[in-house]
Write a protein that binds this ligand. Structure first.
Ligand SMILES: [Zn+2]
Ligand SMILES: [Zn+2]
Length: 322
C-alpha cells in the first residue's frame, strides 16, 4: 500500500519547528505550525490548504505572512486552525496591511479556533477587504477536520497559554482481492461500494447484501476484502510537563507511525523546563514509549545545546527505547 502522506520537517533542531505534509493523491498539502517556511518552494506553499497552529508564539506563526502572500490570488481557501488566540492573531496580521486593491481577488481565509469544547468558524474574504465575519459555532471534542480520506484531531494542552497538539489519521483502507472475487464468480459492480460501506459502519449495520438477485451474508464475502490500517502522524510541541498534559498527549498520539515532538531541554535542566513550560528530552521519549509510537522524530531544541545536539537525541532515544 502506498502511504497517503509524505511528511518532512522544514528546519533543523535549533530552528522553528514546522512540519510539511503532502497528500499526493489530492495534490494538496497541510502544515503543522507556520514558523519559518522559507525552505519551501513557491509551488509547495501554493499547495497548502490547511494549517494547524499549536499556539501563536512567534517561532510558530511568523510564516503566516509568507503563506498569505503566496495564496492571495488562489481560488482554494486557506484554512487556519488553532487555539482561541488564533482568531485575534490572524485578524491582527490582516489588519497590518492596506487592502484597497484586492476586491477582485478570490482569496478566502477560514479560521477555526477551538477552546476544547466549541469550534468557532470565522471567515475573512478579500472581496470584503478581509473584514471579519462569524460563520458558525459548533460543539467539538477535538476532531477539527474530517475529510473523506483523513481526519485531524487536536488535544488541548497547556504551555502557560493554551497549546494544541495534533494527529492526522488516514481512514483505513479496504482493498478488494480480484482473484478471490473471480473464484467466487462475482463481477465487479456498484455492490462493492455498498459492501465497503457495510464494513466501514461495522457491527450493527445490515449484514446481508444483494448481488445480482442473490442474497449473501457478510461472512460469505469477508475473504474478498483486505483491510489495512491507515497512516497516523502526530505533532506536539511547547508543552508544560504536567501530569494532565502528559496523559492527554499519550492518548492523542497512541499507536502513531510517526511522532514529531519537541525535546527542548535536557533532564539536568528540568527546573528550567518547568519555568519555561517545555518538555525535557527524557519526558518526550517517555511519552512516545508509553503511547507505543513506531518512530520518534525530535525537533525544537533549546539554543543552549547548540554545541551538543547529540546529547539531547541520546537522552530522548534512550528513554524511548528503554
Ligand atoms: Zn516554540
Ligand atoms: Zn511557545
Amino acid at each position: 500500500m502506498k502511504p497517503g502522506f509524505h511528511h518532512k520537517l522544514l528546519n533543523g533542531y535549533f530552528e522553528d519547528p514546522c512540519l510539511f505534509i503532502r497528500i499526493p493523491r489530492e495534490k494538496r498539502a497541510i502544515l503543522f505550525d507556520s514558523g519559518d517556511i522559507n525552505r519551501l518552494g513557491q509551488a509547495d506553499i501554493y499547495k497548502i490548504t490547511d494549517v494547524f497552529v499549536t499556539h501563536t508564539h512567534i517561532d510558530h506563526f511568523i510564516g503566516f505572512d509568507t503563506l498569505l502572500r503566496a495564496t492571495l490570488r488562489r481560488d482554494t481557501p486557506l484554512n487556519i486552525y488553532g487555539p482561541t488566540d488564533i482568531l485575534s492573531c490572524v485578524a491582527g496580521k490582516l489588519k497590518g496591511y492596506t487592502w484597497n486593491l484586492i476586491s477582485e481577488y478570490p482569496s478566502v481565509i477560514n479560521v477555526f479556533s477551538w477552546n476544547s469544547k466549541t469550534l468557532l468558524h470565522t471567515i475573512f474574504k478579500a472581496e470584503n477587504g478581509f473584514r471579519k465575519e462569524t460563520v458558525s459555532r459548533t460543539k467539538s471534542g477535538g476532531v477539527l477536520l474530517k475529510d473523506p480520506m483523513f481526519k485531524v484531531i487536536a488535544a488541548y494542552l497547556d504551555h502557560n497559554i493554551p497549546c494544541l497538539a495534533y494527529s492526522i489519521e488516514e481512514e483505513f483502507h479496504i482493498n478488494i482481492d480480484k482473484d478471490i472475487l473471480n473464484r467466487k464468480g462475482l463481477a465487479v459492480g456498484p455492490w462493492l461500494s455498498s459492501f465497503k460501506k457495510i464494513l466501514r459502519e461495522g457491527p450493527g449495520a445490515d449484514r446481508t447484501l444483494n448481488i445480482e438477485g442473490k442474497t449473501y451474508r457478510l461472512d460469505q464475502l469477508n475473504d474478498i476484502a483486505r483491510i489495512t490500517k491507515g497512516q497516523k502522524i502526530s505533532y506536539a510541541t511547547d508543552i508544560a510537563m504536567t501530569e494532565k498534559n502528559i496523559s492527554r498527549l499519550i492518548e492523542l498520539v497512541k499507536d502513531s507511525h510517526i511522532f514529531y515532538c519537541e525535546s527542548y531541554f535536557l533532564e539536568k535542566d528540568r527546573e528550567r523546563a518547568l519555568e519555561r513550560f517545555h518538555l525535557t528530552a527524557r519526558t518526550c521519549g517517555l511519552i512516545a514509549r508509553k503511547a507505543g509510537v513506531k518512530t520518534l522524530n525530535l525537533m525544537h531544541f533549546s539554543p543552549k545545546y547548540r554545541d551538543c545536539p547529540e546529547s539531547v537525541v541520546k537522552e530522548a532515544m534512550e528513554e524511548f527505547n528503554s
